[in-house]
Design a protein around this ligand. Structure first.
Ligand code: ATP
Length: 310
């Protein structure tokens, strides 16, 4: 395996109507790893992915994808990657087999019959091959879509919110498949809004307002946020009263309810502790120290970017 990253981009800028939706982003994606791409709606993830696929041309910056130059070797890049868009759909009025045969034809895979048979077997869909794709459940449609994106055995797979709106069991199955592909040597870049999916990645990049604000392993990203977190527990009305009291207190950056408990997060550990102790005593709730979650860190990054923009 080459030590060169599968993707390396430097200072990428993409503007729409004069507005930079990707704003000087430099990042890399290591070979053989699953890299997560996270950020609020409209932060520029899809645009970045499209630039890296060669579907959009960057206004500034440079980069290499699988050793090919962005903006120059576009056709090679398109041929050697797999790309699944947010709402990628198969032809619903074709059968499962016909859909796969169509994609095999696009990539000139031969012999079509055998290639399709193998994919069907891998998916466990051989017995349902003549069923219309439109009659599959949402989860199965996504798995079939994924299988069709990797039929040509790309080295790099770019997935843009592939599991949006899919139920938890189907998402888990989908992620098992992604890990299976990565174990076979495929590099994966996947955008998602789901925290549990981010936690399944080897590496994560967090982008906000077109800027990369954090990258590393999940542990590194949480550590980089530099947050302390306390948990408040008790009857719901008391926890709600504590949350109201804590909002705006010195040392409290965020509060987030988790079921019947409350996460209270801040950058200044001492001031935060004093605030939480006060609220716990006043409302009769139980206080304990807890680990900062990835979600706590992301909410902080998002609010920090909003503060910077205003
Ligand atoms: N073709 C386009 N023309 C003009 N503006 C665009 C175009 N494509 C995207 N944008 C804008 O660029 C910004 C970034 O969009 P993008 O789809 O890349 O974000 P995203 O992070 O993928 O969002 P989401 O999580 O909602 O999918 C948004 O404000 C969007 O409206």
């Amino acid at each position: 395996m080459s030590a060169e990253p599968a993707i390396r981009v430097e200072g990428l800028v993409k503007r729409f109507g004069g507005r930079a939706v990707v704003d000087h982003v430099s990042m890399s994606v290591n070979r053989g790893q699953i890299t997560g791409f996270l950020g609020p709606n409209g932060s520029g993830k899809t645009t970045m992915i499209r630039v890296m696929c060669g579907l959009l041309t960057a206004d500034e910056g440079s980069g290499e994808v699988l050793g090919y130059r962005l903006g120059r070797d576009t056709r090679r890049i398109k041929r050697e990657i797999g790309y699944m868009t947010q709402r990628f759909s198969l032809y619903e009025d074709l059968t499962i087999r016909e859909n796969l045969a169509f994609v095999a034809g696009l990539y000139a895979l031969r012999p079509v019959q055998r290639v399709v048979d193998e994919v069907l077997e891998g998916l466990g869909l051989t017995s349902r091959q003549h069923q219309l794709a439109g009659t599959l459940s949402g989860g199965w449609k996504q798995r079939l879509a994924l299988a069709s994106c990797v039929m040509h055995k790309p080295q790099l797979l770019l997935l843009d919110e592939p599991t949006a709106g899919v139920d938890p069991k189907a998402r888990r199955d989908f992620w098992e498949e992604i890990h299976h592909l990565a174990a076979g040597g495929m590099t994966v870049l996947v955008s998602t809004h789901y925290m549990d999916e981010a936690e399944r990645c080897h590496f994560v990049n967090y982008i906000s307002y077109g800027r990369l604000v954090a990258s590393g392993t999940v542990e590194e990203v949480i550590a980089h946020a530099g947050l302390t977190t306390f948990l408040l527990e008790g009857p719901m009305d008391k926890v709600t009263a504590a949350e109201r009291m804590l909002r705006g207190m010195t040392g409290v950056d965020e509060t987030a309810p988790f079921g019947t408990s409350l996460h209270v997060v801040g950058r200044d550990a001492e001031a935060l502790k004093a605030a939480v102790q006060h609220a716990a005593a006043e409302t009769g709730t139980r206080m304990s120290a807890t680990e900062t979650s990835l979600e706590d860190a992301f909410i902080r990054f998002m609010n920090q970017s909003t503060d910077n923009m205003s």
